[in-house]
Ligand binder design. Sequence first.
Ligand SMILES: Nc1ncnc2c1ncn2[C@@H]1O[C@H](COP(=O)(O)OP(=O)(O)OP(=O)(O)O)[C@@H](O)[C@H]1O
Length: 296
Amino acid sequence: MYSPSTRPQPTDLDSNSTPDASSGVAVSVAALQKSFGARRVLHDLDLTIRPGEFLAIVGHSGCGKSTLLRLLANLDPASSGSILLDGTPVARQQEDLRLMFQDARLLPWKSVWANVTLGLKGSRADLRRQALEALNSVGLAERADDWPGQLSGGQRQRVALARALIHKPRLLLLDEPLGALDALTRIEMQGLIERLWLRHGFTAVLVTHDVTEAVALADRVILIEDGAITLDQPVALARPRERGEPAFADLEQTVLNRVLRQDHQAAPVTPPAQPTRQQRGDASLSAAQWAAYPSL
Ligand SMILES: Nc1ncnc2c1ncn2[C@@H]1O[C@H](COP(=O)(O)OP(=O)(O)OP(=O)(O)O)[C@@H](O)[C@H]1O
């Protein structure tokens, strides 16, 4: 086990490691606001991320997690406020960051290795060498000449990860990248992302619905609620983290309780009128089932 402050040296992880373990970018967000027409999604959001930090963002659907990520990536303009990467407006730091989404977004008519080197310039031999190196770091070098359609969902996400990392980003933005994967593949991918983050030292921002995933990976978990950050929870657990350990479970519960409390504090909503049995056309329900209808 190693603590967050004593990252393993690259050579502890594998022989292809990049030596710089502190190459992440500092992110500084101040008084950030974003509205879509009359709908105000983010308001007066302040956030500082340390170089090399792993931050997870959780929150209810529609709270503005992806919106914040898109602003950090400069894909959308903020309504007001500022986003600085190492003190420079994000618009001028595009080369420093890469994004990864829930779907791998690979070009189906290009081979796996050609997908990985998209946007890179160089001789074919050099690009292929770089692609093989990147694919090797995600355990997929032997699939370099396959087509994306021949890969599983998890393998496609590995290729997307290789495609992001080949650019040596200083900031990696992850928008629910494991959301479509089965539970086992998801845990394997979490381990891979953690190892690559430890090796390369980039700053990572992960949007996730999965509180366990957030606590497993992040140095800090923030909760967005009503357009602002309402929880900023450090996760000072040694890595790699053991999900079954009491300290892990305690933190997981702390975050989960806070997320769920939003529901209890929300303004009461008038439930829609229940349909009559006749309107629903369902005579097969037992009296007990019918009584429990709202939860069926
Ligand atoms: N381009 C857009 N135009 C109009 N409204 C938008 C646009 N993008 C996002 N929104 C709105 O902003 C709000 C936040 O959306 P966002 O995608 O950031 O939520 P989220 O927290 O990532 O949700 P989820 O967890 O479901 O992905 C939503 O109400 C959404 O409808």
